[in-house]
Structures are given as C-alpha cells and as structure tokens.
Design a protein around this ligand. Sequence first.
Ligand SMILES: NC(=O)c1ccc[n+]([C@@H]2O[C@H](COP(=O)([O-])OP(=O)(O)OC[C@H]3O[C@@H](n4cnc5c(N)ncnc54)[C@H](O)[C@@H]3O)[C@@H](O)[C@H]2O)c1
Length: 437
Amino acid sequence: MGSNSSIAVIGAGYVGLVNAACLADIGHSVACFDTDSKKVSRLTNGIVDILEPGLPELVAKNQDAGRLTFHAAADEGLGHAETVFLCVDTPTDPVTGPDLRNLMGAIDSVLDHGESTSTLVLRSTVPPGTTAIVSENIAARNGHRALDIVVHPEFFQEGQAVADCQAPSRVVVGSDSEAAALRVADLWQNPETPCMATDTATAEMIKQASNAFLAAKISFINEMARICDATGADIDLVAKGMGLDPRIGRRYLQAGIGFGGSCLPKDLRALISSARSLGWSPPALEAVLKVNDDQILVIAEKLDTRLGGLRGKKVAILGLTFKPDTADFRDSPAMSLGLHLSRAGVEIRATDPALDQAPQVAKNEFELFTDPEKCVVGVDAVVLATAWSAYQDLNWADIGRSMSGDLVVDGRNVLNVSEIKSAGLRYVGAGRGSVSD
Ligand SMILES: NC(=O)c1ccc[n+]([C@@H]2O[C@H](COP(=O)([O-])OP(=O)(O)OC[C@H]3O[C@@H](n4cnc5c(N)ncnc54)[C@H](O)[C@@H]3O)[C@@H](O)[C@H]2O)c1
C-alpha cells in the first residue's frame, strides 16, 4: 500500500481524532466520522476540545492540506475508503458487562456505505472473543463480500497520545489474513517499531492483558502502601527499591488514590466479565479492582479520623481529572472521592485546570473554583487528588493562612512534605507512615 491510502476513521474521540490526524500527517487521505454532529462541526471549524499536546496543530495542518476532513453522515465520503479504522467507545456496564452497540453501529455504517472498503480495523479496545462475534455478524449480513478484519489495539497514554501514536512501543495486528495485517501495519510507515502479527484472539488479549497488568501494578503498590501506613515504612522508597530490579521496573508503582480514566477500570471489568462468561471468576483481576475501589474509602477514613468525623466539614479537592495534563474526567478517582465525601455530608470545594470541561455532576455537587488559592478558603482539609504540576508549586504558607483547619492529604505523594510542615500544617500521604501526621 502506498503513502496515499484512502482511510476512514469512525469515532472522533481521543483515539479516533489522534489516529486520524497522525494517519493524515503520514500522507493518507483521511475522512473522520462521528455521530456527534456538534463535535464534527467544531472540528470542521478547527476547534479541538481534547487536551493533548500537539493535537490542535496536527489537525489544523492536515485540514489545511486537504488530507483530513470531518463528517457527521456516514454516506458522505465513507464510500471511498479502502480501510476503515473503528475507534468508537466500547463501554462496560458494571452490571451487564461490555456494551458493543456503538461498535456494531459503526460496522453497520461500513456495511451500508463502504463500497470500496476491504479492510476493517478494530482500533477500539474490545473484550476477548469480540472479533469472532463481529465476523459472524458481518458474514450473516454480507456473506458475498470479502472484508478482512484486523485487530489493531491502541496503546497510547493520554497526555502524550500524539507522540505515542507516532512512535508506539509496538504495533500489534491480529487477523486471519496475514496480508491484511501487514497492510495495516504498513500504513504507519515506521518499520523500526517492533511489529507482531497474530491471530485476532491473541491481539485482543495482548491489549486486555497489558491494561490488566498496569492496573495490577497500581493496586499492588496501593496495598503495600496500606501496610506502610500501619508500619511506618515509606512506600516511595519501597517502590524505588523494588523498581531498581529490572524484572519489576519503577513505572506504575506510584501509590495514591488509585487508577481511573476511560481504559483501565472499564477494560478490567470487561475482562472479568469475559472470564465469568467462560465459567470462572478470575481472583487476581477481581482483587485488583477491589483494592482500587477501596482506595477512595482509605482516603475518606484518613480524613474522618483526623477531622473527628466528616459530616459538616469543608474539604478542598485539588484536581478532578483522572490524571494530570488531560481534560478527561471519565472514571476519575478524584471525582469518585469528591462524590463519596459529599454523600457523607462533606461540603466539597474543588478546582482543576481543565474545569471548563468538567462534567455536569461536578457542577451540581461541588463548588468549583478556577483559582486553587480561592478554593482553599475556610476549609478544614485540602486533598491533592490529581498530580497537576501547578499544585506542586503552591505556597503552603499562604494556603495555611486561608484554611480554617490544618490538614493536607496528599493523594498522589507528590507534595513537598517539609514545606507543608514548615507552614504549620499536618501532612498525610499514601503509605508515607514515617512523615504522615
Ligand atoms: N482514551 C484512551 O486513552 C484509549 C487508549 C487506548 C484505547 N482506547 C479505546 O479506544 C476506544 C475509543 O476510546 P476514546 O477514549 O477515543 O472514546 P471517546 O468516547 O473519546 O470517543 C468515541 C467517539 O465515538 C463516537 N461514536 C460512537 N458510536 C459511533 C458510531 N456508531 N458512529 C460514529 N461515531 C460513533 C462518539 O460520539 C465519540 O465521539 C475505546 O474502545 C477505548 O477503550 C482508548
């Protein structure tokens, strides 16, 4: 396949927009579709709502060059695409499990309008066995037409999605057709990147197992942090000491309020649900989820014991996105903590650099402030919930003067303990038993 393939990307969210812009930047002609017509109209007018370094510039450059277009209706432009990337959301309902309706809807659009389409790329994260179901559905509707399916999971991290998409750690392409798999890998024109061509079930599992393993590292270190809280050990030094072992590695061993975002919790739930549907409950995965769900309760208890009860107290939460440098609030532990405390009768004041994109529930339940200094006025405690760098540079002497209480809970173990203590404030970290008050 040359450098000028005609590609359609269905879904203009985090994965779809980044993939569409990166593919267009390579030289492909990319039509990007989304059922959200407001999103399409904003993108057509050059407005990128997703906070990712380099993304607005990449979108503008390729729109100007005529290689990247946005569409709300599938019949407009989809007909020319040889290859279609499916990048729609694949949510997991905590009770009913994976919800593939958006994926099936996108596939219907391809079957209805993709006259030239020969390859369907599953870029969305799907539970194990999805490709087999999708293939059967397509064969039932489309028996006469050959359509290769390639499972091609996206591994980028939000906050560095463009850089990761352009230079990924690996390219995984799973298909019954090796030729189709290699055609999709070739679209990226980065022969240096390790590439694995597998069957579809294996490609699905590489993505699911990778996310489950990252989640397991976080829950593992959080469980160790609880033991450190009780014994006076310092979890950051424990993680450093562990991480120096190359078999373990330092990344994802950061103790705190737990993992969130649109991927790890939902993919873990999907994998648990898949295992259950195959006949057993996966104990390790269930424990990873349980430890994570309980992290919110651990922080709430730290506040409860030190404030002498929660009801009627005022708490400032610094950071509401699921991690810094993104405007993504989906499944954010900071949001869950705020809502949990609010239900326990705490008055929540909150701030975040991406507040303009905060979900309605945050507006309804919390008093929101763009300025952290205003957010902390009159509060009994401050909780650092998302490790935005701006909160690591706060003047704690000024903060202390504005608060009515003296408690600082560091939910990410990133604050400067001595500055906080010099300001006459009490400090509590996650598994920092030796320095926590
Ligand atoms: N966000 C991440 O960091 C990340 C990383 C790797 C993989 N993934 C996976 O990629 C997939 C997409 O994630 P996301 O974060 O981009 O989701 P998102 O919610 O940001 O975007 C999905 C988009 O698809 C659109 N859509 C839904 N159904 C459609 C249809 N039938 N036709 C056209 N458009 C449709 C929605 O309107 C939305 O704009 C998910 O499976 C996710 O698990 C996400």
